[in-house]
Unconditional design. Structure first.
Length: 342
């Protein structure tokens, strides 16, 4: 028997899926091109693309059959991974806190978003309340794990989720896109030192001078090779800050700056295109608007974390982002058709 889903809704979902395949395919192809020109190592980019695609496909399948249980299980799994991360143990940090803590905050943020999505998909009020308490508990766990960014992001996702049923989908997602752009622009302003001296000093104190210097190294490399970049995986070889500091892991601790340095302006555009595709898929999803906006808030918080850290360098984070996007764009088999954009 043919699917009961209206043809226009099916067509909209097909367009967003095809767009995702094209964007991710171009990302993989461009990394291979830039690597062939400068002798870089595209394995990290290819792994990230594969993780996003696998997570998205898994989320679409699991979300169709288990619209409540799947995101709830994902939230618990993400929380477990964050707790098990090596740098979340109590005690003094032996190495630079610039790396693993970013992935911990990202996992906690995605977990809170998944719990909130499960809450909106649940029908019994008691279950919905319990899932929201789980999201709040993840935020509390972030504080105990020492992840200030994770705690703030989880609180923001929960608040956005609670307000999502009072918002329209299009303006809400547009606001999230603007917020991500604002954070990225702020990091560029700090790196280029175009802000007032007092504000720059204050932000550098919060971000650490080492991180800001890594951003400036990335911009220098981007100015040197604006078209193709210096090649994937070559930032560590060419950054003066990294050669003088053995505590870093060879990353510029900012996804946009890493793309600019290693894959040029096209790499930055492709990174933005991936985020834009996710928001477009959420805009066209047949799921309820609160689910779409909640997932969008969590993924926007992840984009902000990735703008000031190296969270996207961890396959668990990229797979988790794809999984959440897939869960939020899957149509549960038991639901009737919804109107995208409502």
């Amino acid at each position: 028997m043919a699917s009961a889903e209206p043809v226009p809704a099916y067509g909209r979902r097909t367009v967003s899926d095809v767009a995702g395949v094209i964007v991710l395919g171009v990302c993989a192809t461009w990394s291979l091109i830039t690597a062939s020109v400068h002798g870089g190592r595209p394995e990290g980019v290819l792994l990230a693309v594969l993780a996003v695609a696998a997570g998205y496909a898994s989320g679409r399948m699991c979300g169709s059959f288990l619209p409540v249980a799947a995101p709830a299980a994902g939230a618990l799994a993400g929380l477990g991974l964050a707790i098990a991360a090596p740098n979340t143990a109590p005690g003094p940090q032996v190495i630079s806190p610039l790396g693993q803590t970013g992935s911990t905050a990202a996992l906690l943020t995605l977990s809170a978003g998944a719990a909130c999505c499960a809450a909106w998909a649940a029908r019994p009020p008691a279950l919905r309340l319990g899932l929201r308490l789980l999201a709040a508990g993840i935020g509390v766990a972030s504080a105990f794990l020492g992840s200030t960014a994770g705690c703030v992001a989880c609180a923001g996702v929960l608040l956005c989720s609670l307000a999502a049923d009072r918002m329209r989908r299009g303006p809400g997602l547009a606001g999230l896109a603007a917020a991500a752009g604002l954070v990225t622009g702020a990091t560029w302003a700090v790196a280029e030192n175009v802000l007032p001296n007092g504000l720059t000093s204050s932000l550098e104190g919060q971000l650490t001078q080492q991180r800001v210097q890594l951003w400036r190294d990335a911009l220098d490399l981007a100015h040197r090779e604006p078209e193709l970049g210096v090649g994937p995986g070559r930032f560590a070889e060419l950054s003066p800050t990294i050669t003088q500091s053995p505590t870093t892991d060879g990353k510029p601790y900012s996804a946009p700056f890493q793309q600019a340095a290693e894959q040029g302006l096209v790499g930055v555009v492709l990174l933005a295109a991936v985020f834009g595709w996710v928001l477009y898929a959420l805009w066209r999803t047949p799921r309820q608007t609160p689910v779409a906006l909640t997932a969008g808030a969590a993924l926007t918080a992840l984009a902000a974390i990735a703008a000031v850290g190296n969270a996207l360098s961890f396959p668990t984070v990229t797979a988790g982002a794809g999984l959440l996007a897939g869960l939020a764009t899957a149509r549960p088999l038991a639901e009737g058709p919804d109107v995208p954009g409502r």
